[in-house]
Write a protein that binds this ligand. Structure first.
Ligand code: 5GP
Ligand code: MN
Length: 341
């Protein structure tokens, strides 16, 4: 918990740093970009030299965030990203807790002998930083980051730009406060952010209601033609090949949220979504209740995450990946039902 962190030494670590680089996870989502950019603005307001280096591109629906255009994408500009990293004397890891989550950037990060801070809300953290702010019960890394900065006495440096970013991550990681958000503290944090004069409705509009026509057609295709039910396991899954993605002019972020739709079906408590990506299959899992998709993903799809939201990957073909899911899920489900996990 935050209470147990030595805030004065954390503050000193940040104050002593000349150049701070913030790193979100691969394929950063609203929480990863929100926490990166929120911290970026606050540290800038404090007078720090600061950069965000992202392992890969962020989705288009987050491009409105102030500072997003200044984030350096390692896949797009590897040399620039490496130069920035080598000039840093403090790294801040946000929204991930094992270096594998930074993809090919991991190799570069491992070469650096600098201080590191981690701010994250996933369970089972690896010891990847000297200061580990790891609170799995927190709604989002954004909530945790805002809380941490406030506890350091820097609430006044959280301007409306930072507040917009932090609010975005809380909103996207909780399905607009519909899950993972029953702790009154989350609402206190949201109240604090609203007091910074952010336009909450505008953020909602920009993130959820700014779809491209092709993304809506792709959603129609996947729900209309690709949704398969496994009623005995209270499960449903969908998959998309790279050919299908190409046919719908796929852009990064277009499939964000697709995996949640099957949970809208009565009796379905587990959902899986598979898509071909860069020669591998990206897997996404969601559940309602106690079914631990993070353990399922860790066991069979080299992944992890939260109990109700996890991801992973497969080097098998899309077809074989789906076959593996159809074979392994019933076995895992049986164990879950018998309390044998
Ligand atoms: P998504 O399905 O949105 O990609 O990911 C859902 C959750 O699982 C997120 O909290 C994300 O950080 C985590 N996650 C996604 N992919 C992986 C992965 O390959 N490994 C681990 N450990 N976590 C993942
Ligand atoms: Mn998160």
């Amino acid at each position: 918990m935050i209470d147990t962190i030595d805030t004065s030494s954390l503050k000193t670590t940040i104050q002593n740093a000349a150049h701070i680089v913030i790193i979100p996870h691969l394929n950063p989502d609203g929480d990863a970009m929100g926490s990166s950019l929120g911290i970026f603005h606050v540290l800038k307001n404090i007078g720090k030299k600061v950069h965000v280096v992202s392992p890969s591109a962020y989705p288009k629906f987050l491009s409105w965030m102030k500072g997003a255009d200044e984030a350096v994408n390692f896949e797009e500009k590897p040399q620039e990203a490496i130069e920035i990293l080598h000039d840093a004397d403090l790294l801040v890891f946000v929204d991930f807790n094992c270096l594998k989550r930074t993809g090919k950037l991991e190799e570069e990060i491992r070469k650096l002998d600098v201080s590191k801070i981690m701010i994250d809300h996933h369970p089972y953290p690896d010891p990847i930083a000297e200061v580990m702010i790891s609170v799995p019960s927190s709604s989002s890394t954004c909530e945790l980051a805002y809380q941490t900065l406030s506890s350091l006495g820097w609430n006044d440096f959280v301007d409306s730009c930072a507040a917009e970013c932090f609010y975005t991550g809380i909103m996207t990681d909780t399905g607009s406060l519909s899950y993972n958000s029953s702790n009154p503290e989350t609402y206190r944090m949201v109240a604090g952010l609203l007091e910074k004069n952010i336009d909450k409705d505008k953020i909602h509009q920009l993130v959820f209601h700014s779809n491209s026509f092709s993304r809506m057609k792709l959603l129609g295709h996947v729900l209309g033609s690709k949704l398969v039910l496994m009623p005995e396991q209270e499960a449903a899954y969908m998959c998309l090949s790279s050919k299908e993605l190409e046919a719908y002019d796929f852009q990064p972020g277009d499939t964000e949220g697709f995996v949640n739709y099957p949970l809208g079906i009565a009796g379905i408590n587990v959902s899986a979504f598979f898509m071909e990506k860069e020669g591998k299959v990206k897997c996404s899992f969601r559940s309602r209740g106690d079914f631990p998709v993070n353990l399922f993903s860790e066991s069979h799809f080299s992944g992890g995450g939260h109990r109700n939201a996890a991801g992973g990957e497969s080097v098998l073909s899309l077809e074989l990946t789906v076959d593996k899911f159809k074979t392994e899920l019933p076995v895992f489900y049986e164990k879950f039902k018998k309390n044998e996990l």
